[in-house]
Design a protein around this ligand. Structure first.
Ligand code: GLU
Length: 269
């Protein structure tokens, strides 16, 4: 997969998605060890004049921890209220840390109509472009408080792919709680092997994601494949890597083979 990962060195616009399980502890409190490293990496990418967008989950989880709930409630209004509480907290931490590294954080909360309504789409693209011109790092989440269905995008994996397409990104990196796509569940099978590169989401790959209970994050591997499909069909490569070590982002951009790379249709690896 030499050529495609070499290409990552040239990526100018990069979307990075972190899941709840990466940036929070099991009890929902923020994992500062990971978040601080993540912020440092984002700041360095920005200092290298790259456009960086962070798509972050965690609002509901952090909201639960703020309200001292040890379990996510089932009702939508409660989840939406908890997202409202947690989102403020999350943004406070990102903004404070980014500020320490001389960066300007901005918050972009999106709902599904951004892809369904042409004018909203144009407005969102214009806002991202202006934020890049201002040198800001947009931090994106779904606007959970006004989502009318059970999280409209369904998950931030899909949302991050939609954002990557909107801003015509060169690369999407999904940081997860697993090293990448395995041929079977590595927690149950010690001989499970990481699949380093996927060229086209074949039936076989679909089956692996469905049968193996491959990821244990919110979205799971099925939504990650959906994100790969969206990105790849627009010519954007996607990488799934372990977020426990945010320096994996640097390794990917340095052209090291990390995690699982999903190569866009028609591109040679
Ligand atoms: N928007 C949700 C949150 O911030 C997360 C969605 C997801 O986990 O992908 O809690």
């Amino acid at each position: 997969m030499g050529d495609i990962v070499e290409e990552f060195k040239k990526a100018e616009t990069i979307v990075i998605k972190v899941g709840t399980s990466t940036i929070t502890h099991n009890n929902g409190t923020i994992n500062f060890y990971v978040v601080e490293k993540l912020v440092r990496v984002l700041s360095d990418l920005k200092n290298e004049n790259k456009n960086v967008v962070l798509v972050t989950s965690g609002a509901i989880g952090v909201g639960c921890s703020r309200m001292r709930l040890n379990k996510k409630p089932d009702s939508l209004p409660e989840k939406q209220a908890l997202a409202a509480i947690g989102q403020v907290n999350l943004m406070h931490v990102y903004s404070k840390l980014l500020n320490e590294y001389g960066q300007i954080a901005s918050q972009v909360l999106l709902t599904k109509d951004v892809i369904e309504d042409e004018q909203r789409k144009i407005n969102a693209v214009n806002t991202f472009n202006t934020l890049f011109r201002y040198g800001s790092i947009p931090i994106v989440n779904e606007n959970d408080t006004v989502a009318t269905e059970e999280i409209e995008f369904g998950d931030n994996d899909t949302l991050s792919a939609i954002v990557a397409v909107l801003i015509n990104a060169d690369l999407l990196i999904l940081l997860s709680d697993i090293d990448g796509l395995y041929d079977k569940n590595p927690k149950h099978y010690p001989d499970a092997k990481l699949i380093p590169v996927v060229r086209g989401i074949t039936n076989e790959i679909e089956k692996i994601s469905q049968n193996t209970d491959n990821s244990f994050g919110t979205g799971g591997m099925i939504t990650k494949l959906a994100a790969a499909r969206i990105c790849n069909s627009h010519g954007i490569p996607m990488v799934i890597a372990n977020g426990d070590n945010p320096y994996n982002i640097c390794r990917i951009i340095d052209g090291e083979p990390v995690g699982t790379v999903f190569v866009p249709n028609g591109e040679e690896d």
